[in-house]
Design a protein around this ligand. Structure first.
Ligand SMILES: NC(=O)c1ccc[n+]([C@@H]2O[C@H](COP(=O)([O-])OP(=O)(O)OC[C@H]3O[C@@H](n4cnc5c(N)ncnc54)[C@H](O)[C@@H]3O)[C@@H](O)[C@H]2O)c1
Length: 252
């Protein structure tokens, strides 16, 4: 069964070059969705688009950086030109910045860099894509937040704060557009083994994983399945919400 019976259906995945974004792009492509793979790492985006096309899917790769609004607008103009319109967008662009630091040890330049991508970047993406969706009275916008935004992970002040901000942003935007046919939601994963997690100190990964009641990490397949459903027409009565993907860690 496919979540996407109405075709064509075009979804933009930002951060498609790696990890959760890559898994979501590949899963959507296999569902017959036209996928625009955006990443600041263009060769990585090209690689995933190539992979989708190699399995008879439709995909396009574009360079885009969420910290630069002109870059996002130019890429979305191109997606509009090639696919006609944008039905859904999944924003997976995110970084942890330096971790394993107490608050007073945080470097403010690093804090700013994390903010630029994780929170301001989500606003840049929302501003760029929402008018394109509102024009058709339909859209599915999904930002990938984190359980860290709900609970606050020790040693990860910048990451936890910006992900909490992102959850607040989604709550607000969901209400702004609740009557328009455009939904705006977030996803809060716990730990999924991706390059982002592999770069963290092992003590940080152990700290995060031990908090998961299911006593395991989430899988990329589990993330991709949930993302695909949230950006599909079937997910129609939920907006401003943060979906849980935490193996029981989240309590709200
Ligand atoms: N992996 C986890 O356990 C986990 C848990 C909770 C939340 N998340 C969130 O999920 C999202 C994806 O994480 P991941 O683990 O797949 O990471 P990843 O590092 O594997 O992939 C992130 C991708 O985003 C791209 N990117 C980074 N900055 C960008 C920018 N400014 N503009 C455009 N693209 C940019 C990178 O090039 C990379 O391809 C992130 O927002 C992350 O915070 C991940």
């Amino acid at each position: 069964m496919s979540y996407f019976e109405t075709k064509p259906y075009a979804v933009v995945v930002i951060g498609a070059g790696s990890g959760i974004g890559r898994a979501a792009a590949e899963f959507l492509g296999a569902q017959g969705v036209s996928v625009a793979c955006l990443d600041r790492d263009l060769p990585a985006a090209e690689d995933v688009a190539q992979q989708i096309r190699g399995r008879d899917g439709e995909a396009l790769a574009l360079a885009a950086d969420v910290t630069v609004d002109a870059s996002i607008n130019t890429a979305l103009d191109r997606v509009d030109a090639v696919f006609g319109r944008i039905h859904g967008l999944v924003n997976c662009a995110g970084i942890t910045g330096r971790t394993n630091l107490k608050g007073h040890e945080v470097d403010l330049a690093d804090f700013d860099a994390v903010y630029q991508i994780n929170l301001r970047g989500a606003m840049v993406v929302s501003k760029a894509v929402l008018p394109r969706m509102l024009k058709y009275g339909y859209g599915r916008l999904l930002h990938v937040a984190s359980i860290a935004g709900k609970e606050g992970n020790a040693g990860m002040a910048a990451y936890s704060a910006t992900k909490a901000g992102l959850i607040g942003l989604v709550k607000s935007l969901g209400k702004d557009y609740a009557e328009t046919g455009v939904t705006i939601n977030a996803l809060a994963p716990a730990v999924i083994r991706t390059p982002l997690v592999e770069e963290l100190p092992e003590t940080t990964v152990t700290y995060m994983t031990e908090k998961i009641p299911m006593r395991r990490c989430g899988t990329l397949e589990e993330a991709a399945q949930m993302i695909a459903w949230i950006v599909s027409p079937a997910c129609s009565f939920t907006t401003g919400f943060t979906f849980d993907l935490s193996g029981g860690r989240a309590t709200y």
